[in-house]
Design a protein around this ligand. Structure first.
Ligand code: ADP
Ligand code: MG
Length: 710
């Protein structure tokens, strides 16, 4: 603080600058006050204002508190504003007091994780994504306190703490008990924000850091969670209070001077002319699909179909805005269901590193906002309502990887429906009404409830997700961990290759291995490295999204429609239930087709694309809906609570137990097996079903090889 006092008064220079560059903006404020009461100054304009400009700009950064005061003095002394209210009374002094000087477009940014104590009381510019916002509420800035004798004492309030005067300010009065008089006090609108580092600014897997922002007056209520913004303001510190005691630790926050909402999208990725050449070259390679798929998580062996699907997801379909204002989503949602230890989590983490805007979270994450958004009462903010963004909001225009989706909270399950299809989420609670955008693609992973995937039980039940939610995924993969000698050996070799190359590299760093150079390691790492490296692939993705908008050809359209019709008819034949293959499945086909064309940077979605996506969708549906009992595609399996074959077995089993029961209601197991095997069920199936029904509490297995219905 003492430092600031040594600074020379610059009011003169400021008034010169304002007169020259901002007179008309100030005149506008004079005319329109209080609806217009902020003067926005471009930092650039200031810095280019000759030698004085450089000095003033420097002053602003180094001594912002003093500088903002100087500017007000300059406005007052040079009569830069003036005004009258409707009754003709002079309100010039009110305008000067009420005017906000805001600086925008600073050239240098400080990243949230680099904020240090040296920045305290300095003017800084940080960018980030809005994580949470509080309600806009009035805050006391100057309290008017009345004593029993009716004298009024005013006291300026510090940020965060309410303080009363020790005694009445009137010289003759000795009253110590004072009361706040609201009508004579001054309030200002206030709002607190919390911003966090943007996903693209993080090196893979890092946890984003946050900082709180204090906004007052007309910049309150202008941002929503999920917005990408730049905050310009003064870094302040407040003493932390723990259990009512002042601590030696100080918390940091930014006293917000101005907010810039950035409209930049993925365009952040820089693509040079050279890059463009490489990308176009790659796009003409007939083997490009495999190349890209293998470049996703190269340390993970196999899973080519999953990787190809993820590649299409990264390229994405085309989001459409219709003239009537409605929209069709282009984002592709993919769900991986499978046994533990099959590299689902690894895949997710890799994709996040690859995607230009990726957010990783777990379904059971501790954040109160969960996956979408929530209005929560914040203890830290004195019980203020705050709106907090969850993963899908933070991943807007990117990709959200949600691991362990089977363990997500109930509220998330219901809000995901809206978030995935409408790509927005509305929150209406307490004073908060907001619609947040979730235009992201979702890559989910789920472990089956009983540890292993059981093909006889439908997935909805196994991963604890309602069919309606499952139907929002364009593709669902079942990844099974089945022992298979060659495959196991290949995985083992692959894993060991990665590890042994890694070991040599670590050894080489400490004790150089003779003859080992870059080329040697490159060769060594070849089997576990990407054919297209992550940096290039990211550029490729951004380039395709930016420039490629393919249109579907008639043949491809017909192919997709006829496949869809076939799916529908299978579903009709094999089921007495409502058909879960809906128009949504057709939309999924179209989106995947668009993505497939984008990979080639093609103008048209051709038969080739249609065939590719039909193959992928078919593989998925077969895994998800294939009924091992009847040997047919049982689309019903996705939607209803049991497979068709499973349903009949359950029913037949119950019937048989009832029919064969003795007077105690017990049935001998041997007789039961015989009875059911006659109905063409295998012993294995029956055993499995009995185990299932026992687990779900439908039957009891008392001693003596008997079974009893509950
Ligand atoms: P999940 O999330 O499916 O339970 P993880 O992603 O945690 O499984 O993977 C467990 C470990 O097994 C990881 O270290 C992973 O690298 C390894 N692993 C599993 N399958 C493969 C594979 N196909 N190729 C290479 N590594 C694998
Ligand atoms: Mg996992």
């Amino acid at each position: 603080m003492a430092e600031e006092l040594e600074v020379i008064d610059r009011a003169e220079e400021w008034s010169g600058f304002l007169k020259k560059k901002y007179k008309s903006a100030l005149n506008k404020i004079s005319r329109e006050y209080p609806s217009t009461r902020s003067l926005e100054i471009e930092y650039d304009v200031l810095e280019k204002y000759g030698k004085t400009g450089i000095i003033l700009a420097d002053d602003l950064l180094e001594h912002p508190g003093k500088t903002l005061g100087d500017i007000k003095d300059a406005i007052r002394s040079a009569n830069l504003v003036s005004g009258k209210d409707i009754e003709g009374c002079d309100i010039t002094e009110d305008i000067i007091k009420g005017i906000n000087i805001r600086f925008v477009h600073l050239p240098r940014k400080t990243s949230i994780r680099d904020i240090r104590s040296e920045h305290i009381n300095k003017f800084i510019s940080v960018d980030g994504i809005v994580r949470r916002v509080t309600e806009v509420r009035p805050r006391l800035v100057i309290g008017a306190f009345r004593c029993a004798n009716g004298h009024i004492t005013r006291k300026v309030q510090d940020y965060g703490t309410y303080s009363e005067p020790d005694m009445c300010g009137n010289a003759e009065c000795t009253q110590k008990k004072l009361e706040l008089v609201q009508s004579l006090s001054t309030f200002i609108d206030s709002q607190k924000l919390r911003i966090q580092e943007t996903p693209e600014g993080l090196r893979g897997g890092e946890q984003p850091q946050t900082i709180d922002i204090d906004c007052v007056d007309d910049i309150c209520g202008v941002v929503a969670p999920g917005d990408r913004i730049i905050i310009n303001g003064i870094l302040r510190s407040v003493q932390r209070i723990q259990n009512g005691q002042k601590s030696t630790v100080f918390d940091l926050y930014i006293e917000c001077n101005s907010i810039e909402i950035s409209i930049k999208e993925f365009e952040e990725v820089d693509i040079s002319e050279e890059d463009e050449k490489v990308i176009k070259e790659l796009a003409t390679d007939p083997a490009i699909y495999g190349k890209i798929a293998r470049s996703i998580a190269p340390t993970i062996y196999g899973n080519d179909d999953v990787k190809e699907a993820i590649a299409l997801q990264l390229f994405g379909g085309i989001a459409k805005e219709m003239p009537d204002g409605s929209g069709l989503r282009g984002d592709i949602h993919v769900l991986l269901v499978g046994d533990p230890g099959i590299a689902k989590s690894q895949l997710l983490r890799y994709v996040i590193k690859l995607a230009p805007r990726g957010v990783y979270t777990s379904g059971k994450s501790a954040s109160s906002a969960g996956l979408t958004a929530a209005a929560v009462k914040d203890d830290m903010e004195g019980g203020r309502w705050t709106l907090e963004a969850g993963a899908l909001v933070l991943a807007d225009k990117g990709i959200a990887a949600v691991d362990e989706m089977d363990k997500m909270q109930k509220e998330d399950r219901s809000s995901l429906h809206e978030a995935m299809e409408q790509q927005s989420i509305s929150v209406a609670k307490a004073g908060i009404n907001a619609t947040l955008r979730t235009r992201c693609s979702l890559l989910g992973a789920a472990n089956p409830k009983l540890g292993r995937f059981d093909e006889y039980v439908n997935i909805s039940e196994q991963i604890n997700m309602p069919p309606s939610l499952l139907s929002r995924f364009d593709l669902i993969f079942i990844m099974k961990d089945q022992p298979d000698e060659t495959r196991d050996l290949n995985i083992a070799n692959h894993i060991l290759r990665a590890h042994s190359a890694g070991e040599e590299i670590m050894r080489h760093r400490k004790y150089p291995i003779p003859g080992a150079d870059d080329a040697y390691f490159k060769e060594k790492l070849k089997p576990v490295s990407a054919e297209i490296d992550a940096v290039m692939l990211r550029k490729y993705l951004a380039y395709a999204k930016r420039t490629c908008f393919p249109i579907i050809t008639k043949e491809a359209e017909n192919a997709l429609i006829s496949y869809y019709k076939k799916l529908r008819s299978v579903a009709y034949e094999s089921s007495d239930k409502p058909v879960p293959v809906t128009a949504r499945s057709l939309e999924a086909l179209v989106r995947l087709g668009e993505a497939s064309a984008r990979v080639r940077l093609a103008d048209e979605i051709t038969m080739e694309d249609a065939a590719r996506v039909i193959k992928i969708v078919d593989t998925c549906l077969r895994q998800v809906a294939y009924d091992p009992k009847s040997g047919s595609l049982d689309i019903d399996k996705i939607a209803s609570s049991t497979t068709k074959a499973g349903r009949t077995l359950r029913r037949d089993l119950k019937k048989a137990v009832e029919a064969l029961a003795d007077s105690d209601g017990r049935t001998g197991l041997d007789a039961l097996y015989q009875h059911l095997e006659k109905q063409n069920y295998t012993k294995e199936e029956i055993e499995r079903m009995i185990e299932q029904m026992r687990l779900s509490g439908e039957i009891l297995l008392p001693k003596n090889n008997t079974i009893k219905l509950l």
